[in-house]
Design a protein around this ligand. Sequence first.
Ligand code: F6P
Length: 324
Amino acid sequence: MKSIAVLCSGGDSPGMNCAIRSVVRTAIAEGLDAYGIQRGYAGLLEGNVKKMDVSSVGNILQHGGTILQTSRCPEFLNADIRKEAAHILKRKGIDALVVIGGNGSFNGAYELHKEHGIPVVGIPGTIDNDIEGTDYTIGFDTAVQTAIEAVDKIRDTAHSHERTFIVEVMGRKSPDIALYVGLCSGAENIIFPTKDETVNVDAIADDIKRGIKRGKHSSIIIAAEGEVEGMSHRVKEELNTKHGIDSKVCILGHIQRGGNPTANDRFIASQMGYHAVKAIIAGQPASATVQRKGQIFATDLKECLGKKFDVDPEMMEIVKTLSI
Ligand code: F6P
């Protein structure tokens, strides 16, 4: 083992730069050559690989985004394309690959390992916090913090105008951002992502009206963006027209993916980058760094190939109890 390359794949997330810095510096400290692959798997296929040194990752840990950039690369689902990627890695003299991304990116890494024997490590990097096998994915805390700050501002105007706001957060197939933002911003209700277009707007309206009766001046509904585009607008229309509730929609969108990572994201990303390199040096053939019960370590990548979708019923119970 002489050299390690690192890439980011899928949607970017705040803290990816901390992980890159940690991988590069740990590798160099261990006497390995470190390479950065620009633009994810797509960049790998273009041979967009550069040698990194200690200073090429200086002054980056506080910034959002990723200095290596990222991409979604559906072509990587194709075995012939992965064969090409394996050849490129070999030609460039790269012995192992660290992939920072979500579960789709992990699956690509796993296939690359299975088919071509290249040691790989996945570092969970996605704002969605939805990778199986780890309690945490890098970027989630920052995204939630960004959304909460936005909802706090929306509360000001909602209160002044006695309105209901449906605030749409990210997480097309993942409930965690909506759940955490809902609980932390005192939302009256949370709408989770679903393929099903039906949301019980009557029940939401009943909650809002009960709140108004007991003197509330505003209501916040947090809606995960979901797979059905325009859901928030449909809920708003129904609240306005059928229930006479003055409602607005605010879609937070990609601001949740940017910004300086929180302390928690820096703390976890720095540890995960370190453990990723240590796993490769220890000879773990295909692993992922995870956080479980507060501990960060590398485990078998196979445990982390799935996507989580858990809504803790107790959390929902707390959201409902606290918003009476
Ligand atoms: O990276 C995760 C995520 O931000 C999801 O929350 C969201 O549904 C999706 O990516 C948006 O992807 P894109 O930026 O490619 O539209």
